[in-house]
Design a protein around this ligand. Structure first.
Ligand SMILES: [Zn+2]
Length: 371
């Protein structure tokens, strides 16, 4: 039976929790990691109408982009709609998980989906670039276990360097130990000093594979107390960052580009801040969600247009004064995640042989209507 834990572990290989912004309440929102999953609903938001949809669709797991619990619960008064929603979820045994800024930051995640929808070329992160470190594992095994250990590490994904797989380096040496009276040594006897010819196997691995590789190493190790070193290698890890800057294939005027964005993001209107609607646009920055505060980075990047949601009146004035053009198509354009996440989960479903059904929410959870 597939557990919530299995689905989440696979997802977090793609968008590790460590990529989330500090203080973002991501992860398991409600329910249990040990709950079974038969059918999951993928949604941008967790709102009462989404929960009603989940119950109608008979799902046992909601995977959402926006955390359900942005605001802490101070009482469990069921006359509060948000609390009544949690009660409905609990009553119907529906587990809820949220992947927010870790999905925004992931390479191949939210901001890449938005940039790809605009067909941007040569994209790079808009905001500060962070790094998940490269790790190096050195594990010490008796020679008899070396081959199976190298195989286990390689199968877990360690030792991939560019187009080369299962890369490792070994050195032979002497290991020494004295088991206590309570120990259960595989080699040697209690209270007798032992010396064994062993192999030190060294592999590199990306941070996102840490748990998977360590689990594989520990289960392949013959010793009661495996000996290993794990350390980070600076500067060679996976780089990631929020937002994207890239170039349009063809120049367009601000007006033409605004029409293009309306069509791409299926919005009836978008708000435009610009001094010159006939200006030609080639370089564009985009950041899903509420990115008004980051307009200085968009300016610095050389983008002529910055696309983001939830721009406030005064921020709009500052943007205009700085000569940047900004489109605010709303926050709801992040609904792109519903189809893109479904595609990913459908691939993993086959690869991992989960046999779960995935459905994308059909609801529009944008709180705004244009009249
Ligand atoms: Zn958002």
């Amino acid at each position: 039976m597939t557990k919530v834990r299995d689905v989440i572990q696979r997802f977090e290989l793609f968008a590790p929790k460590e990529m989330a912004e500090h203080g973002d309440p991501i992860g398991l929102q409600l329910g249990s990691l040990d709950a079974d999953v038969h059918r999951m609903l993928i949604s941008l938001d967790v709102r009462p109408e989404v929960v009603a949809e989940a119950i109608r669709e008979n799902v046992d797991f909601i995977f959402a982009h926006h955390p359900a619990m942005f605001h802490p619960v101070k009482s469990f008064d069921l006359s509060v709609p948000q609390n009544a929603m949690y009660a409905e979820l609990l009553k119907h045994n529906i587990t809820v998980y949220a992947a927010h800024t870790n999905l925004d930051n992931a390479n191949g995640g939210m901001n890449d989906w938005l940039a790809a929808a605009l067909k941007l070329d040569s994209t790079r992160p808009l905001l500060q670039i962070h790094e998940l470190p490269l790790l190096k594992l050195a594990v010490f095994v008796p020679k008899s276990a070396a081959e199976s250990m190298r195989k286990a590490l390689g199968e877990a994904g360690a030792g991939q360097i560019g187009e080369y797989q299962q890369c490792s380096f070994s050195s032979i040496g002497q290991g020494r130990f004295t088991p206590s009276a309570q120990a259960h040594p595989v080699i040697g006897k209690s209270l007798r000093p032992e010396q064994v010819t062993g192999e030190k196997i060294e592999v590199t691995l990306p941070y996102r594979l840490k748990d998977k590789v360590l689990t594989a190493m520990l289960s392949a190790h013959p010793y009661e107390k495996p000996v290993f070193d794990l350390f980070t290698v600076g500067g060679l890890g996976e780089k990631y960052g929020m937002g994207r800057v890239g170039e349009l294939k063809q120049k367009m005027t601000i007006i033409e580009f605004a029409e293009f964005c309306k069509q791409v993001f299926s919005v009836p209107h978008l708000r435009v801040i610009s001094k010159d609607l006939q200006q030609k646009v080639k370089k564009v920055a985009i950041l899903g969600g509420s990115g008004g505060q980051f307009y200085p980075e968009a300016l610095k990047s050389g983008a002529q247009v910055y696309i983001t949601g939830d721009i406030s009146y005064h921020t709009g004035h500052d943007i205009l004064a700085n000569g940047l053009s900004v489109f605010d198509p709303g926050h709801h354009i992040e609904q792109i995640c519903k189809t893109r996440l479904k595609q990913k989960f459908d691939v993993w479903n086959k690869e991992e042989d989960w046999q779960i059904e995935t459905v994308s929410s059909k609801l529009n959870t944008d709180p705004f209507k244009f009249i």
